[in-house]
Design a protein around this ligand. Structure first.
Ligand SMILES: C[S@@+](CC[C@H](N)C(=O)[O-])C[C@H]1O[C@@H](n2cnc3c(N)ncnc32)[C@H](O)[C@@H]1O
Length: 271
């Protein structure tokens, strides 16, 4: 799939940003934190609403973070957040992960969270991340592996939603099972496998508050975000199937013992 044909599956509807803006450095890039030094300059590729970028900026008080996004849509929220939190060492730029508009050897750390799974050419993105990282610096990437998502209890329609999610991501040019492939993409981009550390970590939503938040946003996201629009355009799901999936989310959200687990692959590349 060429990079031009990849479309970001979820878009930036409020229901999607509610999910992304829950993310912090601690819950989304704990594997990177031990490597950070106060004066580092970090590029956060595909920063979305910027909650991780703003959080990362606190770890580099004498350095700075540049949050890069393909579209201005989520950056208004990102810059409001930085302002609200009084974080001054973060800035926002528009760009494409496949062709970064920075000179070689610019950053101490290049980070991407939940981004390379959506790209038409993730290997090209790794080539670019490698090019703009200083020798001795770090590339860090963490991505979900959608096939490895799991939940309790089995609710009618959830399996269909899961299959629909995988179909939609592929139809839009991405790779939903990215988590297991990061080290391979990095190697194909020219990074020495001996310099790649692979780990996994997860998210778990199970308290009544977490269940309500996660099921409400998915019930809405399934019918109102770009996920629904693109699924219909690409023929991966009909209105009826999307409505059924939204209903399954509402049912799961009301399950007293409901539990949802999301598995992520992570890599640290020392370049
Ligand atoms: C799932 S969101 C992740 C946002 C953020 N990193 C986080 O974890 O909260 C993926 C983001 O990647 C952005 N994106 C998609 N394709 C991109 C590209 N080619 N270059 C830069 N950003 C891209 C999308 O616009 C979207 O905001």
């Amino acid at each position: 799939m060429s990079q031009q044909s990849a479309v970001y599956t979820h878009g930036h509807h409020g229901s999607v940003l509610r999910s992304h803006s829950w993310r912090t450095a601690t819950n989304s890039c704990a594997y990177l934190l031990p490597y950070l030094k106060p004066d580092m300059v970090i590029l956060d590729v595909g920063c979305g609403p910027g909650t991780i970028s703003v959080d990362l900026a606190r770890y580099v008080p004498q350095g700075r973070v540049i949050g890069l996004e393909a579209t201005p849509d989520p950056l208004k929220q990102a810059s409001s957040l930085a302002e609200e939190k009084g974080v001054k060492n973060v800035e926002w730029v528009i760009g494409d992960a496949h062709k970064l508009d920075f000179p070689d050897n610019t950053f101490d750390v290049v980070h991407a969270h939940a981004v390379t799974q959506h790209l038409g050419d993730p290997v090209q993105a790794f080539r670019e991340m490698l090019r703009v990282t200083k020798r001795g610096g770090i590339i860090a990437n963490r991505e979900t592996d959608v096939a490895a998502m799991t939940w309790y209890p089995e609710v009618e329609g959830m399996r269909e939603w899961h299959e629909m999610f995988i179909r939609a991501s592929r139809a839009n040019g991405g790779e939903p099972n990215a988590g297991r492939r990061l080290h391979v993409w990095a190697k194909e981009a020219g990074i020495d496998p001996k310099c790649i550390t692979k780990t996994v970590s997860g998210w778990c939503y199970s308290t009544p508050e977490e269940r309500a938040w996660w099921s409400d946003l998915w019930a809405e996201r399934t019918v109102k975000s770009d996920f629904a629009k693109l699924a219909k355009e690409k023929g991966t799901a009909s209105d009826e199937e999307l409505e059924r999936a939204a209903g399954a989310w509402k049912t799961w959200g009301n399950e007293e013992d409901g539990w949802f687990g999301i598995f992520h692959g992570e890599i640290i590349c020392r370049v």
